[in-house]
Design a protein around this ligand. Structure first.
Ligand SMILES: Nc1ncnc2c1ncn2[C@@H]1O[C@H](COP(=O)(O)OP(=O)(O)OP(=O)(O)O)[C@@H](O)[C@H]1O
Length: 268
């Protein structure tokens, strides 16, 4: 189980000229700081899949990077099965499998070598690494390219290897930042089945996405972040019920509403 409460993270703006027109008008820009995440709270229990939604720039990646220990927040707490992630990041990292939207593979290594390298970093034996790679090659349909050098992989191949690499150590919690972005229909279906399997094993999964059909198919809970704040935190059924079952309408509704309006389902 992961419990995230009242996260806040700001970045110093080095040059205001580098900000986009949208960021210049964003209420989160205050003087020399951009407050990307202002107040984000939610939980993910054992065996639950939580879908993290929000418009571009809402603060999803920043939130997920805090959960994965890649960023330190100014405020807030994160606990995974009793471990304080911010106070004990080394131990927390062993418990988390994190797929970043930006990390690359080592192009001169094969897919298999890329995955095995992460297994070694986690201290797994060669036998265990081989066993895990064989299992994930089946689950993620990677046999046809696993032994090729990663430099010429397609987006789907790269993403599958990156997912396998993120979970080689059987983490207690899996965090995936936009795992299906840029993937074709078949690769998306494979990644979704993989998430379903994690759920069936009892592993909590948090993933960010812009695809509401994925949320409807996979998620137990929905969290919507807008302008750095949690504006919805409830079950997928509660989310759908906001607009009589129309997920897109529900999403727009949460963006247009306020925290108070959704206080029946926002659990901050
Ligand atoms: N290191 C940084 N320095 C300055 N600003 C940053 C930094 N990282 C993120 N931001 C800003 O914080 C805001 C939130 O970014 P974030 O990547 O968390 O959004 P997101 O919800 O993941 O968006 P998307 O859906 O487009 O991926 C954006 O305006 C972004 O430019």
């Amino acid at each position: 189980m992961i419990d995230i409460s009242h996260l806040a993270k700001k970045f110093a703006v080095e040059s205001p000229k580098k900000l986009s027109e949208q960021e210049k008008k964003d209420p989160r820009l205050k003087g020399r700081f951009f407050h990307s995440v202002k107040d984000v709270s939610f939980r993910c229990e054992k065996g639950e899949v939580v879908g993290l939604l929000g418009p571009n720039g809402a603060g999803k990646t920043t939130t997920l990077r805090i959960l994965s220990t890649a960023l330190k927040p100014e405020q807030g707490e994160v606990h995974i099965n009793g471990i304080n992630v911010l106070k004990d990041p080394v131990l927390a990292r062993k418990k988390i499998g994190f797929l970043s939207s930006s990390t690359g593979l080592y192009g001169r290594l094969s897919g298999r070598e890329n995955i095995a390298y992460f297994g070694q970093l986690h201290g797994l034996s060669k036998a265990r690494i081989d066993e895990k790679i064989a299992e994930m090659a089946d689950l993620l349909d990677m046999h046809s390219f696993l032994d090729r050098r990663a430099e010429n992989f397609s987006s789907g191949m790269k993403q599958k290897v990156s997912i396998a690499r993120a979970v080689i150590h059987d983490p207690e919690l899996v965090i995936l930042d936009e795992p299906t972005t840029g993937l074709d229909i078949m690769a998306t279906a494979t990644v979704m089945s993989f998430i379903e399997r994690l759920k069936a094993q009892g592993t909590p999964v948090i993933f960010s996405t812009h695809h509401l059909d994925e949320v409807q198919a996979l998620c137990d809970r929905v969290v919507v972040i807008n302008l750095g704040e949690t504006v919805f935190n409830g079950t997928t059924a509660e989310f759908a019920d906001l607009s009589g079952g129309h997920m897109h309408q529900s999403f727009l509704h949460t963006l247009n509403g306020t925290k108070e309006e959704h206080s029946n389902v926002v659990n901050l």
